[in-house]
Design a protein around this ligand. Sequence first.
Ligand code: NDP
Ligand SMILES: CC(C)CCC[C@@H](C)[C@H]1CC[C@H]2C3=CC=C4C[C@@H](O)CC[C@]4(C)[C@H]3CC[C@]12C
Length: 394
Amino acid sequence: MAAYNVLLNLGPINFFVLYGPRSSTKVSLGYGAWILFQIALYQFLPSKLSTGQLTPAGNLLKYRTNGLLAWIVTHVLFVALAVSGLMDPAILARHWEPLLVTTNIAGFLLTGLVYAKAHLSPTHEKDRKFSGSVLYDMYMGIELNPRFGKYFDFKLFTNGRPGIIAWTLIDFSFIAYQYEIHGYITKSILVSTILHTIYVVDFFINEDWYLRTIDICHDHFGFYLAWGSIVWLPGIYTLQTQYLARNPVIWSDAQAAGILLTGISGYILFRSVNHQKDIVRRTKGYCHLWGSPAKVLRVKYHTKDGLEHKSLLLCSGWWGLARHVNYLGDLILSYSMCAACGFTNLLPWTYAIFMTILLIHRCWRDEERCSKKYGKGWEEYCKRVPWVLIPGVY
Ligand SMILES: NC(=O)C1=CN([C@@H]2O[C@H](COP(=O)(O)OP(=O)(O)OC[C@H]3O[C@@H](n4cnc5c(N)ncnc54)[C@H](OP(=O)(O)O)[C@@H]3O)[C@@H](O)[C@H]2O)C=CC1
Ligand SMILES: CC(C)CCC[C@@H](C)[C@H]1CC[C@H]2C3=CC=C4C[C@@H](O)CC[C@]4(C)[C@H]3CC[C@]12C
């Protein structure tokens, strides 16, 4: 109430200037070192070269996919520094406010950098998209795959390294913070972190699969993915552990196990659906799903150079039940991550709410794009698989 009165008296801008988070030179230097460290891991750790999907301009790119090794090295180092007493494991939690300021500056700088690069020194000129609006181009990006040199891919790097590797590091730091301020670690924060860790490690194990998703194949690199991966992802996706560190929630063993198992079942659905699409695309449809030969619709599309290409749409297995059933698994997992925080505060539920909006919007956005890309082929697919997300419901 007192804070509310001060806000009313000062007005929002003065209130933010006086009481908002502040930057810190030490934290900014530390953050710079963290980004350089991740760049070094990306560039110099041994890596296989994975092939992406054909771009609209007809480019087939190779990617360094050594994220799992980078995740392991980063976390082993974090634990080693904490156990040896050289670093307080709650360091990220304790410097959270200046970190948010620093990441925001980095997110905006990167947005400006890739916008300028798209105009001055594009990696693949024909894979650029101009909307006619400067603001929209900054937001959704111009270049599809901006690169520095042959293999430093801005999109894959930003998303995976300062984004997803940070996710579990931040969780671990908030677990340590809970211990430091309360003297114990709750099952709720562990359940939430275990579910995050499964999701994050899964991402890196399947980094090759990620190269065939919307983010890499269709979304261009601008504020949405740059600021999103550097600020939104570490800030919002970790809200559950941030909340639980300060407001411990106590579950019985049975309740904690119930939430964990529901989350794991969501994860199994998510991975199994994604795996089916990936295996069918990689084997060109010549594989078995659930004991029967995969049923596919062979479709055609054109790249910008006018060439015709063939592709296929899977219509059996999970993909015969609904057109985006992978999103359903992800939603079950997201709701379980948030359920670990209990039902008394809406804030830690932000992730589940965001995912619901994002994934439903994605269904519409993707369907519109696929319909343009495949034309009659997509219409036929929708007839064969009429449900969008939940069979029998939507
Ligand atoms: N945690 C998070 O913040 C988020 C997580 N996700 C998760 O990431 C994963 C990947 O998501 P996303 O890239 O959005 O979606 P998908 O992996 O489902 O990819 C969609 C693309 O797959 C192709 N496709 C569509 N239908 C078929 C079919 N029947 N058979 C074969 N290919 C098909 C189309 O591309 P093409 O042009 O190649 O035909 C389409 O654009 C999902 O599991 C999702 O839940 C997604 C968003 C946010
Ligand atoms: C600007 C913001 C309001 C929105 C920023 C959104 C991005 C941070 C996220 C958009 C799509 C997200 C992802 C897609 C698919 C994924 C696969 C999954 O296995 C791991 C997570 C993720 C990489 C996820 C990460 C955040 C987004 C890039």
